[in-house]
Each structure stands twice: as C-alpha cells, then as structure tokens.
Design a binder for this molecule. Structure first.
Ligand SMILES: [Zn+2]
Length: 447
C-alpha cells in the first residue's frame, strides 16, 4: 500500500499542497509565461545556463554522473551542448541495473514510481523536484487554451487500483481542484453512457484523457445521435498515446471543441504541448530534446529519429540523454503564435490497443498491463489478445514461481472473463516491432 499512497501523494496531494501554499509551481509557471515569448536565441542561452547549473549539481551529488563527467573530462560549470552529446545515451536497462547510483546523496522527498512506459519493460525510478516543474509546464499550456487550474475539468483516466481509492481522490479533487475523475477502463456501452451522464451533469470547461478513450465516446455519440456539445467546454486535452488525425476530427466534431495534444511520459516528464496554432511546443527552458538516429548521431531538422531527453529539473534523480523510445522530428518552422519555444512534429510510436472482454466490454489496454506490471520479478512482457477467448502473455522474468503464474492468470480472467484461456509464454527475449518500437499490448480483436 505504501507505493500506492506515495503515488497518491505525488499525483494529487503534493501538487495540491503546492497550489495551496502558492509555492514553487506558481512561481515557476509565472516565469515560464514570460520566457515562452523569448526568441529562440535567448531561450537557448537560458537553457545553457540551466544545463550548467544542473550539471554542477549532479556532478557534485550523484555518483553516476560524478564518474561519467570525470571519465569524459567535462567541466560542468562551462559545459556546452557538444559536451552533452559526448555522453552516452541513457536507456532503461542501465537505469534498472544502477538505480542507487542515480540517486543524489542530498535528495530528500524522493518518490518511487514504476511504469510500464512505452517500452513495455517495467522501470523503477524516482521523482523529486521536477514534479513542481512539470505541474507548472502543464499549467502554462492549459492557459494557452483559455482555461486555468480551478476551472472544471473532467478526467477520463485511471488504473483499476486508482479507481479503488477513487472516492478519496474524487472528494479531494472535487473540493479543491474542481476536477472529476472518471475511470477509463470500462468503456463498453454502459460505461460510455455513464461517462456522458457525468459529463452533462458536471459541465466541465476542459476534458482530459486518452485519445482512444475519448474517440470511443465520440464514436458512440455519433452512432447514437447523442449531442455532446456544451457551451462551457473549451478544449479537450489528450495525451499518453499517439493522436490520430481521424480521432482528433471525430472528437472535435462531436464535442464541438478543439483538441489539444500533449506529449510526455511519467518517466520522461511533460515534454511538449500543443498551442492553438497547432505547434507542439517543447518546454525548452528546462528540457533539452535531441532527435537521434539509431547510431546516436543527430538528425537534421525535419528528419525523424528517437526523442532523447535531458530534463534539467531532475538533479535528485537525473535523466540525461534519456531514450524515450518514441519517434519525432524537430520542426524547421516558426509558430504563428509567436512563441519562441521549439516544436516537435510527426510524433509517432506510442500506441495502446483496446482489449475486449468475453461479454463484449471494451477496456483500455492499460487495464491488463497493470496486472503484470505490478508483480515483482517481471522484467518485460507483451500481452497478445488473439480472440476474446484466447490471451497470450509473453513474460521475461528475473525470479518467478507458480504462485505468480496464477496471479497473472487470475488477474486477466477477472478483467476479461473466467473462461478465457490464458497462455503464459515464458521466454528469454521479446522482439521489438519491425519499426523498432516495443508494443506491450496487441489486440487482434476488433468490435
Ligand atoms: Zn505556437
């Protein structure tokens, strides 16, 4: 329960605490609202200054970087972007094998997280100071769309576990943040109807959720001639998956509001947000985005490659040249909105399939991912739904026993149906897709 409570604190109580005490998120957001209008040159100078401060801090306090900087003869206080590019890229196996060496000796209030992430391999990592930065960056982007913290927000999100503590979260959020949480895991017909009922009663100014989940609601409304348009609704924020243009069009048409995409991940941070002119602006003050080829050389502007992140507000558990596994290109254009923040384009590579229970209930794929992810000893996994009656779980494990086999089977059956055949396939390695991307869930069922 400790991890759950920590997650609850991190995701809800801490930001709330920050807001109530008007601490660093508020100050950071104000500063970010100034700097977004700086020109590219000024922003680069500011980023370099932040890089040097960050590098000096981690060289002094984080064993991993103390060693790495000295091996590469890098002087943190005068570090350049070229120096940064001489450091090796950081991948999940390295982080996994050296977790303790990444912790700052002077860190306090580090919260433990784990994620299936887009790689499908569970990763344990720690978050500290950057939470307030990411809150501030998201908050800035929210205001681009004429909505603010405190405006009514309906969130279509959540894990089965979070839904278990939902009443507590819901009460708190309702009371202080005017945010209502609706679980995204049961989006069969009755789930969609309930969501629409909540949406109509609550009349939010903004919606937030997975594009696939909101597109399902929109498709249902279209098919059944349900009118979702409400004057109060200004914008629909989507994130965590690739947003397909047909999903954007469907959501916009049915809800009668603009769709704003966000790109980020729990491990990599909130990286880019879409502005009303359509630019995916990077929070470049504190996040250095490199787009790299497979051989680690930089892509030209406009050329697609792997998104690699250095997050300058992670000095208590640094993410330096962290490989996200996602693909995009750096835009060569300036945005019509006038902000100097650089932009990403053609973000690809994230996809989460819906899965279907035996009774036809549609569920977000994360509902199954959480079953496997939270069991100790899982190194990586892939879940393949061959049919509504047949599921395969590929597992690479470090330590394992029959009890955990049964846990996986029981967890899958609890969600999909008791007579589903669950085949466990223990293997040494799970191959990536042809495009190099690791998909952690694949469903061949279409309904
Ligand atoms: Zn813009």
């Amino acid at each position: 329960m400790t991890a759950l409570y920590t997650r609850f604190c991190r995701s809800v109580l801490f930001p709330l605490h920050e807001r109530l005490k008007s601490h660093s998120s508020v100050a950071q957001r104000r500063a970010l609202e100034q700097s977004q209008w700086f020109n590219a040159e000024t922003l680069q100078a500011m980023q370099l200054q932040n890089l040097r401060r960050f590098a000096a801090t981690i060289a002094a306090n984080v064993p991993w970087y103390q060693r790495l900087f000295s091996e590469h003869h890098i002087e943190p206080a005068s570090m350049t972007l070229d120096d940064l590019q001489r450091l090796p890229r950081l991948d999940k196996p390295t982080l996994r094998a050296n977790t303790e060496a990444f912790k700052s000796r002077v860190a306090n209030k580090l919260a433990r997280f784990n994620t299936g992430g887009s790689s499908g391999q569970p990763l344990i990592f720690f978050l500290g100071e950057r939470v307030s930065h990411d809150v501030a960056a998201k908050w800035r982007a929210t205001r681009w769309w004429g909505v603010d913290i405190g405006d009514k927000e309906l969130v279509l999100w959540g894990s089965p576990i979070e839904v278990g503590t939902q009443d507590r979260i819901k009460n708190l959020r309702d009371k202080f943040l005017r945010t209502q949480l609706f679980p995204a895991f049961d989006l069969g017909e009755s789930g969609i109807k309930q969501f629409i009922k909540s949406y109509r009663a609550f009349r939010p100014a903004h919606l937030f959720g997975y594009p696939s989940a909101l597109a399902r609601v929109a498709a249902y409304a279209k098919q059944h001639h349900v009118d979702l348009k409400q004057n109060e609704l200004k914008v629909v924020f989507v994130t965590a998956e690739r947003l397909y243009e047909e999903q954007r069009a469907l959501i916009r048409e049915q809800f009668g509001a603009s769709v704003a995409n966000g790109y980020g991940a729990r491990d990599a941070g909130f990286i880019a947000h879409e502005c009303p002119e359509g630019g995916m602006h990077v929070s470049a003050e504190d996040i250095i985005v490199e787009i790299l080829r497979e051989d680690s050389t930089p892509c030209r502007p406009g050329e697609s490659g792997e998104i690699t992140i250095t997050h300058l507000r992670t000095s208590d558990f640094p993410f330096v040249r962290y490989r996200t596994g996602d693909v995009a290109a750096l835009s060569t254009q300036a945005c019509r909105c006038g902000r100097g923040l650089p932009m990403l384009e053609r973000i690809e590579g994230r996809s989460t399939d819906f899965v279907f229970a035996q009774d036809g209930t549609a569920m977000h794929g994360l509902a199954l991912i959480y079953v496997v992810r939270d069991i100790a000893g899982v190194h990586s996994f892939r879940i393949i739904q061959h049919s509504v009656d047949e599921l395969e779980v590929m597992l690479v494990t470090t330590e394992w026993d029959a009890v955990r086999d049964q846990q996986v089977i029981d967890g899958m059956r609890a969600r999909l149906g008791q007579s589903v055949s669950v085949k466990l396939n223990h293997c040494a390695h799970i191959p990536t897709e042809a495009n190099g991307k690791f998909r952690y869930i694949i469903s061949h069922v279409r309904m």
